[in-house]
Design a protein around this ligand. Sequence first.
Ligand SMILES: CC(=O)SCCNC(=O)CCNC(=O)[C@H](O)C(C)(C)COP(=O)(O)OP(=O)(O)OC[C@H]1O[C@@H](n2cnc3c(N)ncnc32)[C@H](O)[C@@H]1OP(=O)(O)O
Ligand SMILES: O=C([O-])CC(=O)C(=O)O
Length: 372
Amino acid sequence: MTATRGLEGVVATTSSVSSIIDDTLTYVGYNIDDLAENASFEEVIYLLWHRRLPTKPELEELKQQLADNYEIPQELINHFNMYPIDKVHPMAALRTAVSFLGLYDEEADVMETEANYRKAIRLQAKLPTIVTTFARIRKGLQPVAPRKDLNFAANFLYMLSGQEPAEIEVEAFNKALVLHADHELNASTFTARVCVATLSDVYSGVTSAIGALKGPLHGGANEQVMKMLTEIGSVENVEPYIQNKLDNKEKIMGFGHRVYRKGDPRAKHLREMSKKLTELSGEPKWYEMSSKIENIVTTQKNLPPNVDFYSASVYHSLKIDHDLFTPIFAVSRVSGWLAHILEQYENNRLIRPRAEYIGPSLQSYVPIEQRG
Ligand SMILES: CC(=O)SCCNC(=O)CCNC(=O)[C@H](O)C(C)(C)COP(=O)(O)OP(=O)(O)OC[C@H]1O[C@@H](n2cnc3c(N)ncnc32)[C@H](O)[C@@H]1OP(=O)(O)O
Ligand SMILES: O=C([O-])CC(=O)C(=O)O
C-alpha cells in the first residue's frame, strides 16, 4: 500500500453535482461563466439540489420556503451572548451555532429523504441569519430581522447593515454567492461526505464541513488575503513585500490550486467586480495592489489567483468585516455541501480509505517496571 500525499489525483466518489474538467467548472453541466452572468443564487441552490434548473413556480416555491425559514431560535441568540464574544472568530461561532441549531430541530435524526430536504432548506435559510446576527451582537448592535420581500443576497446585506443595499451591491453579492456555491470534491465537501457516509445526520455533516472550510489553505484564505493587503497598505509597498515573501518561500494567500493548472475560472469574475467596486467605493488601491500582486506571483511562480484572492477586495468594498469573509463563503457553500450530502445519502457507502503504515515494525511490550 502506497499513500498518495494529500490524496492528489485520487478519484474518491462519483457525483453529478459539479465538475472541473480541463480547467472548466460546471454546476450540473452549466458553465460557471454562464451562471455567474445570469443566475440568481436561489436558482443555483435549486440546480445543485435537484440537478436541473427550476421552472418559475418551482423557483418561487423555493424562495418562499427559504424566506419562511430565515428566523433563528431565540435560544441561539441567547447562546451567542454566552460566548467570549470579543475573542471568538465568527467562523468558530458559526460552527458552534450550526451544531447548536441541530439540537432544536426535531427532525435532526430523521433520515428520510423529504426530512433531509426540509433540513437543507432550514440550514440554507438560517446560515445568513446566524452570521449577521452574530456580527451585530458582538458590536453591541440589535440583530436585524430578516426581510422576506428581499432576495437571498439582498436580505443578507440588509441583515448585516440594517440598511437596504444598493442594486449594484446586491448584484455583486449575488454573483459572489453563485461563484462560491460548489466545487466538486474540495476539502470541506469531502469532509461533509465522509461524515454523513457513516449515516450521521445533516447537521453533523455541515458542522464538520464548516470546520474544514475555516482553515487558511481552504476558505480561510480570503480573510488572510485581506490581512496581507492591509499589511502592504499601498501600491508602492507591493513589490518589496511580495518579493520578500517569495524569497523566504512563504505562500501568498489566494494563489495556487490543487486542481486548476491554467487558472481558476471564477477569479476573472471576481477581478472584474473588484475593479468596479473598489473604484465605486473610492478606494481603487485595493484592486491596484491586488492586480500588482497577481502580476508578480504569476510571472515569478506561474501561480494564478484562486477564488479567494479577488473576493477579499470585493467584500471589503461592500464594507464587510474581514473576519466575516469566510463565514460568507460558508453561507454560499452550504448549498453545495447540502447537495453532496443529499447525493451521498442517495447511494451511500461508508468512506474508509487505508493508511500506509510508516511507524516502527513489530515491538515487544516492556512492562512499566522495567522501563525506568
Ligand atoms: C477555496 C479554496 O480553497 S482555494 C485555495 C485557497 N488557499 C490558498 O489560497 C492558500 C495558498 N495556496 C496554497 O496553499 C496551495 O496552493 C493550495 C493549498 C491551494 C494547494 O495546495 P497543493 O496542491 O497541496 O500544492 P502545494 O502546497 O504542495 O504547492 C506546490 C508548490 O507550489 C508552491 N505554492 C503553492 N501555492 C503557493 C502560494 N500560494 N504561494 C507560493 N507558493 C505556492 C508550493 O510552495 C510548492 O512549491 P515546491 O514544490 O517548490 O515545494
Ligand atoms: O476545490 C478546492 O480544492 C478548493 C476550492 O477552490 C473551493 O472549494 O472552491
